[in-house]
Structures are given as structure tokens and as C-alpha cells.
Design a protein around this ligand. Structure first.
Ligand code: AMP
Ligand code: MG
Length: 491
């Protein structure tokens, strides 16, 4: 007999907020659950271990079929702007927070939330479920982003069931357990502001300050300091997304984390053939959330948060002052990340021109974003003959050769060392990202109850900067069939 799974003992800080902030409820049971994916790395952050194969108690807790000790399951209310338009009340329509556990590193507590655990008072027309397809995508991408060093919610596990769920076609249900110190959104603040419940707005802001930003409590105006810090984190996050080619797809204010985490994985994508106008969410016909728009939308969302915090901050001037640094912070972070991607150690006056010329070539030739920067690290200053793998990615060879000559000159000017630069560039330019087609292959297999590819992808993406030569083909250009892949917004 193996030992039964040691169930964690939860608390639930969010439950201590006034009743208007949430609804206490039970998850809807998920029939005959099975394990689809499990992240050891995420589990380790709260001291959980992989369940034994024959153990049902882990499955039952994270399918929503059994309430763990201390857990006070609840769904939170929030509102938000969707596609730039005020959408009114939204809320956790299918997410149920079980509670929080102490972080294994001793730094605070981590909330665990079931996504797809059944209807809530905030489900509106939805069925409260999530499909296996979108659950695997959220699971893999959360963990991949964490491994890339980008702030994100984490994912502990995906649990599937044969229960049918109707989307464009019939699919099956799954539950992802995601984890974060908090899932509070910009839209959580907007909710109280637009309902003119300024007392509740203050309770929310005070809670966020006390639990997540205690260092700001001694500032002259802690609410202004909070907005300034969230603005800073959001600008930094946008720079990180741009630098790795991540596109979120649905940057509504209800999907923006008050902790500056990547939150709510839906029709996201990683840039492949470079196109700054690329839209990864095919229902976003205007391209509001295209790659090139993300930094500006991040700023727009901070302004929406600023509007909601205005009654706490006190004046328009102070609110504007808190928001004022967004652009400078984004530019500085983005610039630093691009310098690192290019292996440049110093700043030179012509660098902007060099970088812009490169992006013009990437755009004109639809060059694979991840492969290009990875291979650029192999460039040898004195050996243009060795550029072939890099040149192979680009149709307009003369344009590339002219740019490469300029780049070599720039590298010589700072006495760049080929080998040191290669190592430094490999540490910032991932070899492996979650390309849509890779996720799709794992999903297709999982729909046939073969979860091996989910596990393999997760393992590879755990070390995105390592060569892992045995998995070379996972770094290849997408196959032809993948060009027809459309990521549905339905989930
Ligand atoms: P999203 O665009 O995924 O961030 O979702 C926007 C809102 O719709 C949130 O309030 C979600 O909880 C809700 N929602 C999305 N899908 C469902 C569903 N299947 N059932 C209930 N609510 C949902
Ligand atoms: Mg959402």
C-alpha cells in the first residue's frame, strides 16, 4: 500500500474580504477525472509532490470533487474594459479559488485556483467549464513563461474528464489548477470605482498594499505609489513579452494582473514569421491586441487602473504623475532586452538605427523570430562564410549581408568576443518556445488519451535556453500544415 497523498492544509485570505467581494460556493464535480499534466516545478513552489499513479485524493481535490482541509472555495467579482469598451460586471465565471498555501521559499502565500470548475454567479451565459485544448495550452504556456523568466501565474496540473462540453465542436472538459500570490486584476479595482463603492475600493487597495506591496505603506501617498509600481511592472512585462515575441491576444483590463503577472492564457501565441501587425486572436478583427499594439495597450490599461484609483489617490495630477513613467520604463527595458538579444554590451548612438534596420528585414522577409535570434548568436565576426544557417532564414540575402556587415562593425567597435557573446546570447534568446503547432500536436494526442507529448513539451520548455540536441526538431520552423492553424478564442 502506498501512502495516501498528503493533502495540503489551506487557508483563504481572500475569504476574509467583505462578502461583496466574492461568492462562497462548491466546485461542480468532474466525473471520472484523470491526470493530464503535472508540473513538478510549480508544485515545488508550494511544497507539493507528484501524486502516486494510483492515488485518487490528489485528483479529487484538483478536479473539484473533494474539498481539502481548510479550503474555503470562492469566486471573485470583478469588472473590466473589453476591447476598449466598458463591459460592466464580469467576475470568475469558471474559476474557483480553493485557498492559499505558504510559499516554499518563505515569501508569502500562494493562491490555488481551479479554472473550469463549474458555473458561478458570474458565469453569465457560460457553462463554467474549460476544454482540454485550452487547459493544456494554459498549463504549458504558464510553465514555459516561468522558465523564460517572465512574470506569470503558474500551473500545477491539468485534470481531464470525458465529460462533453460544447464549443464550435463537441470537446471534453478539463480543470487547470493555476497558482499566483493573487489573481486580483485591474478590473477588480474598476469594479468598485464604476459602482461608486469607494469604501470597498479602499478595502481592496489596502489589502493589496498590505499583502503584496507592504514597502509602499510608508510612502506619503501609498495609493499613488501603488499605481506607480503597478505601472512600472506592467511596462516591464510588456518589454519582456515583446522581446520574446509573446502575444497575449486578449489584453482586456480584467486580464491584467495587479502584480504585473501574465494572466489568463487564451488565444495567445509566440511570434513565428515576424510581422509586427500579427494578430493571434482571430476574433480581434481590428488588431487592437496585435504584437505592435501591446505596449500601448499595456499603457492604456494602466490609465484605466489610474482612473479607477483616482478617488483614493486624490487628484488627477498625482494620478498622472504615477502613470507618467510608463513609456520611459518600457523603452529602457525594451532597449536593454534588445541589446542583450543582439549581444551588445555597450550603448552607441547609432544602435537605434541598427535595431530598426534589423526589424525592417525581419518584417519584410517574415523571418522566424525565435530561430533568427538564436542563430544570430552563432555569428562569427571574422567569418561571414559561416552565416549560412542565418542567411537561410532570409529571402533578401543582399539586405541581410549589408546589415550583417554593419552589425560586425558594431561588434568590433566594442571588442566583442565571439564565444563570450554566443554564450550570453544563448542565455537570453530561447531555442524553444511554445509554438502553436507544438501545442496542437500535444493536444491532438491528449484528446486520444496519450499525455506523453504534454509531458515531453513541458520538459523541453522547462529549459528553453539549453541546447537539448535530442529535441532539435522542436526548435524547427513550423511545418506547412501549421500555417492553417487558427487559435480559437473559445475555451
Ligand atoms: P476571458 O476572456 O477568458 O478572460 O473571459 C472573460 C469573462 O468570461 C470572465 O468573466 C470569464 O470568467 C468568463 N468566461 C469565459 N468562459 C466562460 C465559461 N465557459 N463559463 C463561464 N464563464 C466564462
Ligand atoms: Mg479573463
Amino acid at each position: 500500500m502506498t501512502q495516501p497523498y498528503p493533502l495540503p492544509v489551506f487557508e483563504n485570505r481572500f475569504a476574509a474580504l467583505p462578502p461583496a467581494f466574492h461568492t462562497r460556493l462548491q466546485p461542480t464535480p468532474l466525473p471520472a477525472p484523470y491526470l493530464v499534466g503535472f508540473s513538478e516545478a510549480a508544485a515545488a513552489t508550494v511544497g507539493l509532490s507528484r501524486p502516486a499513479h494510483e492515488d485518487d485524493s490528489f485528483l479529487d481535490v484538483f478536479a473539484g470533487n473533494r474539498i481539502a482541509p481548510g479550503s474555503l472555495p470562492l469566486s471573485a467579482v470583478y469588472s473590466g474594459h473589453q476591447f476598449g469598451v466598458w463591459a460592466g460586471q464580469l467576475g470568475d465565471g469558471r474559476a474557483i479559488t480553493l485557498g492559499d498555501l505558504p510559499a516554499a521559499d518563505g515569501q508569502g502565500r500562494i493562491e490555488l485556483q481551479l479554472k473550469g470548475a463549474g458555473q458561478t454567479p458570474y458565469s453569465r451565459m457560460g457553462d463554467g467549464r474549460a476544454v482540454l485544448r485550452s487547459s493544456i495550452r494554459e498549463f504549458l504556456c504558464s510553465e514555459a513563461m516561468a522558465a523564460l523568466g517572465i512574470p506569470t501565474t503558474r500551473a500545477l496540473t491539468v485534470i481531464g474528464s470525458d465529460q462533453r462540453v460544447l464549443r464550435e465542436t463537441p470537446e471534453t472538459a478539463a480543470v487547470v489548477t493555476r497558482m499566483a500570490p493573487s489573481f486580483i486584476r485591474f478590473g477588480s479595482f474598476e469594479h468598485w470605482y464604476y459602482n461608486q463603492r469607494f469604501d470597498d475600493l479602499k478595502i481592496l487597495a489596502d489589502t493589496v498594499l498590505e499583502q503584496f506591496y507592504p514597502q509602499l505603506l510608508t510612502e506619503a501617498n501609498p495609493y499613488q505609489a501603488l499605481l506607480r509600481e503597478v505601472t512600472r511592472r506592467t511596462a516591464t512585462l510588456m518589454a519582456q513579452w515583446q522581446a520574446v515575441g509573446f502575444m497575449h491576444g486578449v489584453m482586456n483590463t480584467d486580464n491584467m494582473s495587479i502584480l504585473g503577472l501574465t494572466l489568463d492564457y487564451g488565444p495567445f501565441g509566440f511570434m513565428e514569421a515576424f510581422d509586427a501587425r500579427h494578430i493571434c486572436n482571430h476574433t480581434d478583427s481590428q488588431g487592437r491586441y496585435s504584437y505592435q499594439m501591446q505596449p500601448r495597450i499595456g499603457q492604456w490599461n494602466c490609465f484605466a487602473l489610474g482612473q479607477a484609483m483616482l478617488p483614493l489617490i486624490g487628484s488627477v495630477e498625482q494620478t498622472e504623475a504615477a502613470l507618467a513613467d510608463y513609456e520611459a520604463i518600457f523603452q529602457a527595458r525594451h532597449d536593454a532586452l534588445l541589446h542583450a538579444k543582439l549581444g551588445l554590451n555597450t550603448r552607441q548612438p547609432d544602435d537605434d538605427q541598427l535595431i530598426q534596420a534589423l526589424f525592417a528585414i525581419l518584417q519584410a522577409n517574415h523571418v522566424d523570430f525565435t530561430l533568427f535570434f538564436r542563430r544570430l548568436g552563432d555569428l562569427r565576426i571574422g567569418n561571414p562564410e559561416q552565416d549560412e544557417p542565418l542567411r537561410d532564414l532570409i529571402l533578401d540575402r543582399p539586405a541581410f549581408d549589408a546589415w550583417a556587415a554593419q552589425y560586425r562593425q558594431r561588434l568590433r567597435a566594442e571588442d566583442s568576443d565571439d564565444e563570450a557573446r554566443r554564450l550570453a546570447m544563448q542565455a537570453v534568446n530561447p531555442k524553444y518556445v511554445l509554438r502553436n503547432y507544438l501545442a496542437q500536436v500535444a493536444i491532438d494526442k491528449a484528446q486520444q488519451k496519450d499525455f506523453s507529448e504534454v509531458a515531453r513539451l513541458q520538459q523541453i520548455l522547462r529549459h528553453p535556453f539549453d541546447e537539448q540536441p535530442e529535441f532539435d526538431r522542436y526548435a524547427d520552423l513550423p511545418p506547412d500544415w501549421a500555417s492553417h492553424l487558427e487559435v480559437s478564442c473559445s475555451s
